[in-house]
Ligand binder design. Structure first.
Ligand code: TYD
Length: 208
């Protein structure tokens, strides 16, 4: 049977990376084969592109270049890593995917629907089965970003950019209610992890 493709989405500072690791650990504990990966990145080529994208020195990068680089990094990641793992029946947990491009480049940067189109080309028909959305309202995100010690190029964007990212996620959540699972990211780490595990176990049991 094909594996399950699960993405984690949310604003910067929403705790996705911590939660995705905890879910990966849960899969290992119950003996489910899992691949934990992230975007931009996940393969050597994609990690090189990641460095270009996030380097605070690259202040001259145009929005279109940025969108194409995220999509290029994703195309390599899907072909080299995600699709083969799904074919082997693994659970793939991916920290950010196409919805991040729609929210950050399409909506917050204002590049529009072309961003979705170039990404559809990049992923060649692959879509997540479930998306855990870590819902961190902009006021909380602002405080966490201000406390960030080593912000990357995207985190250095002004607050109205991050407000738009959040608005975009609200729209995506409404557009894909069948795959979006919203989790309150203001709760404690263990409480959030428990909720994610519960929803994950339910989904896996429903598919079996
Ligand atoms: P990352 O280190 O993954 O940050 P976070 O822990 O907040 O997810 O950095 C990725 C940054 O790139 C983040 O600010 C979101 C941004 N991004 C996009 O703008 N478009 C995309 O398609 C992806 C995958 C990420």
């Amino acid at each position: 049977m094909r594996g399950i493709f699960i993405t984690f989405e949310g604003p910067d500072g929403s705790g996705k990376s911590t939660q995705i690791k905890l879910l990966a650990r849960h899969c290992e504990e119950v003996g489910i084969p899992v691949l934990l990966t992230r975007e931009p990145g996940g393969t050597d080529i994609s990690e090189d592109i990641r460095n270009l994208l996030l380097d605070p020195k690259n202040t001259d990068m145009s929005g279109v270049t940025e969108a194409l680089l995220y999509a290029a990094s994703r195309a390599q990641h899907v072909a080299e890593k995600i699709k083969p793992a799904l074919e082997q029946g693994k659970i793939v947990l991916c920290d950010r995917f196409m919805d991040s491009s729609i929210a950050y480049q399409g909506y917050a940067r204002g590049l529009g629907d072309e961003v979705r189109m170039i990404n559809e080309f990049a992923v060649q028909g692959l879509a997540p089965d479930i998306t855990f959305f870590l819902d961190l309202p902009p006021d909380y995100g602002r405080r966490r970003l201000e406390a960030s010690r080593d912000p990357d190029r995207l985190e250095l964007e002004d607050m109205s950019f991050h407000d738009k990212v959040y608005e975009a996620y609200m729209k995506l959540r409404d557009m894909y209610p069948q795959r979006y699972i919203s989790v309150d990211a203001t709760a404690g780490v263990e409480e959030i992890a428990e909720e994610i595990r519960r929803r994950f176990d339910e989904y896996v049991a429903g598919r079996a």
